[in-house]
Design a protein around this ligand. Structure first.
Ligand SMILES: CC(C)=CCC/C(C)=C/CC/C(C)=C/COP(=O)(O)OP(=O)(O)O
Length: 284
């Protein structure tokens, strides 16, 4: 069975399959899963690795399915490296990988860890053609996956959830939803032409940007609130809001593409400050 559309042979197949790993989307859930483990305190490395691997397979599934639907089903994309068979094989492989990790979490931690992990694959698999057809699904699928990556990474270590991890998951959800709304502004004309109902298409770019800004502000206020009210979140975690706030201020008036680039980098810094604050707990 041919896997790659443009070349043949195992190397070409491997390259085509690897092309569906998009680091910009892949690294945040892996980092967030590991951050969840760190937040829990004592880290069992094998369990953390199992959960992070499950996140990898969930996001990989989303990309393969998105590419398959956009190119092979809807004919929206100009090109795709995988054949139909290649996409199906990749989906089965990623599904088996995800299932193996989830069963491992069930056996090592318990059903709660598996049940918190499972929805990430469901979100990934239904990203296209189901979730991406409505503004909530198209905007909040990935941010919800990130929030679940944090909750699952934490639960896999602590066998419980806590107000601090729930609070931080809500902060991540708001922050990433805001960034995704701004990101979708850049495809406004195209998305409108294919009836893709992103928030920018439904509300119009100006009101979508206002909504996105409110979500970013809510996330920053939220993290400061958590840092000063919850014992498990060190006060230094408020620095994440300061760092992200500076980036958001620079991105404030930028057009969508530049603003998204800045905000994505800002969100990496946001996470890095949170990790450092929890890791060192200097004032915690
Ligand atoms: C663990 C976790 C984070 C799970 C969530 C997985 C998930 C929904 C990933 C989305 C990745 C993706 C296809 C982005 C492009 O979306 P797009 O629709 O903006 O791209 P397009 O315009 O190219 O179709």
């Amino acid at each position: 069975m041919a896997v790659a559309r443009h070349e043949s042979g195992p190397v070409a197949a491997g390259r085509a399959l690897a092309s569906q790993v998009h680091p910009v989307f892949m690294l945040p859930p892996l980092a967030t899963s590991l951050f969840g483990a760190l937040l829990a305190g004592e880290v069992t490395v094998a369990v953390a690795a199992l959960h992070a691997a499950a996140m990898f397979f969930a996001v990989y599934t989303a990309h393969v399915k998105d590419g398959y639907v956009d190119f092979h089903v809807r004919g929206e994309d100009d090109d795709h490296p995988l054949t139909v068979g290649g996409c199906r094989g990749a989906l089965v492989g990623a599904g088996v990988g995800f299932l193996t990790c989830t069963v491992g979490l069930w056996l090592f931690v318990g059903p709660g860890a598996a049940l918190l992990t499972l929805p990430t694959w469901v979100i990934g698999y239904t990203h296209a053609p189901q979730l991406d057809l409505n503004p909530v699904g198209a905007t909040m699928g990935y941010p919800t996956g990130i929030a679940l990556a944090l909750l699952g990474g934490y639960y896999a270590q602590a066998s419980a959830l806590s107000p601090r991890v729930l609070g931080l998951a809500a902060v991540f959800l708001a922050l990433l939803t805001g960034i995704k709304i701004i990101d979708d502004e850049k495809d406004y004309d195209y998305d409108r032409s294919i009836d893709k109902r992103t928030v920018a298409v439904v509300l119009g770019p100006r009101r979508a940007r206002q909504l996105a800004r409110s979500l970013l502000v809510a996330a920053m206020v939220g993290v400061v609130g958590l840092a000063f009210t919850l014992p498990g979140v060190p006060p230094t975690a408020a620095g994440a809001a300061v760092v992200f706030g500076v980036v958001a201020a620079v991105a404030h008036r930028a057009e969508s593409e530049l603003a998204t680039k800045l905000l994505i980098r800002g969100s990496y810094l946001f996470l890095a400050v949170l990790v450092a604050a929890v890791w060192f707990r200097p004032l915690g």
